[in-house]
Design a protein around this ligand. Structure first.
Ligand code: GLA
Length: 386
């Protein structure tokens, strides 16, 4: 019999345990009144006159600002061990920079997170050619992915949760993908200050889908320097090595004895200069880890990131089978972020929960095919602590 929450709580009370240690797994108890309705303000206007809004949410000590453009998480503030808030995600302070030069800062990624080799795949015997925007390959949905569209945003409060529903409908053939894809992404801030993302999509023709979020983390504070001293663990015994274009070769290689072994927490920088050919090729880490738990019905813990200086921690749970860990290799000191400081290589990192890159071209990878009548559903939970 599955224990429900009430049973667990009653058992905990009987055992004399604090109720706050149960439930979401957050180390932080709820603070302040929950359920304040998200507020919006004008953030900027696109060249075609479309207004872009910025939504502000707060719950359980976490503050989030989200743009209707790309569903971008512009800022996310959490406290350190002394209760001092800092913005822990990379971003810009203006819309023009997001439009002109963003390397997907904070954005929703679709239709397909990461790369599809040569932008080609075959589905039900029909060949498709996608928009190619990364050398010969298609990256993050093509030249105009979901990160570059304005989403329809609906705020909500539900019990002690606050959040946003973001909607975007991608028309049949957009960026070369078949089927009208109706997408709904829900951002929820819980009373514990945890941030949950629920992705949903339906199609009217068989297609492929792989949605993710491209937040760049620096738990010491955005613009504060390198993430090489952040400690990271990833519950994965294998990863997917790539060719020089960062397309998986199809091999599921063991991490044991390589710099890719994050099964026990270690500083990101410890092995980043080890000279493994996969790292040299990617200029650091830019790979998909094959999560040991596989696809699960509910989000399960897969990775922990910790900044030893501030004590801030991020715990990620997902029902997805893969995690792309990207160590900010292409940040080159030319972009100035929200705090006015420039981002150099390794000043932020991404942990993108996903299906594996290029899955449509690897029959042994978990399938990313979505058919009419099915609903695509994945969830990722970010639990913060200090
Ligand atoms: C992903 C990719 C990287 C890079 C970044 C954006 O993480 O795997 O190669 O494209 O997005 O710069």
């Amino acid at each position: 019999m599955e224990l429900n929450r009430r049973t667990v709580m009653a058992g905990a009370a009987a055992a004399g345990l604090a109720a706050t240690t149960l439930g979401t797994g957050s180390a932080r108890a709820a603070t302040g009144p929950a359920g304040r309705r998200p507020a919006k303000e004008l953030f900027g206007t696109l060249a075609d006159g479309t207004r872009v809004y910025r939504w502000s949410l707060e719950n359980g000590g976490t503050r989030l600002k989200v743009l209707s453009y790309g569903g971008i998480v512009q800022t996310l503030e959490i406290p350190d061990r002394h209760g001092r808030h800092a913005n822990v995600v990379a971003g810009f302070d203006n819309l023009a920079d997001y439009v002109a030069k963003s390397p997907y800062f904070g954005a929703l990624i679709g239709r397909y997170g990461n790369r599809i080799g040569k932008g080609r795949f075959t589905l039900d015997g029909k060949a498709y050619q996608l928009s190619v925007n990364d050398g010969v390959n298609s990256l993050h949905g093509g030249a105009k992915g979901f990160d570059k569209h304005v989403w329809h945003v609906e705020p909500f409060t539900k019990g002690s949760d606050v959040g946003l529903h973001l909607h975007y409908t991608s028309v049949d053939g957009e960026m070369g993908y078949p089927g009208t894809l109706r997408t709904k992404v829900t951002y929820t801030l819980t009373r514990h200050g945890d941030w949950r993302i629920d992705y949903e999509a339906t199609t009217d023709r068989a297609t492929v889908v792989n949605l993710t979020s491209h937040v760049y983390w620096n738990l010491a504070g955005e613009g504060s320097g390198t993430i090489e001293d952040h400690e990271l663990s990833i519950a994965a015994s294998r990863y997917t090595p790539t060719d020089p274009g960062l397309i998986p070769t199809g091999e599921l290689a063991r991490v044991a004895g390589t710099p890719f072994d994050f099964r026990h927490a270690k500083p990101v920088g410890r092995d980043i200069r080890a000279g493994h050919e996969q790292q040299v090729q990617a200029k650091g880490y830019d790979h998909n880890w094959v999560l040991d738990k596989g696809i699960t019905a509910r989000p399960e813990h897969v990775a922990t990131l910790r900044d030893p200086r501030s004590g801030r921690t991020l715990r990620i749970a997902t029902n997805e089978p893969g995690l792309q860990f990207y160590s900010g290799n292409f940040l080159d000191g030319t972009l100035a972020g929200t705090g006015g400081r420039t981002y150099r290589q390794g000043d932020a990192l991404c942990l993108e929960t996903q299906h594996f890159p290029d899955s449509p071209n690897h029959a042994h990878f978990p399938s990313t095919v979505l058919r009419p009548g099915q609903t695509y559903r994945t969830s990722t939970m970010h639990a913060f602590g200090a």
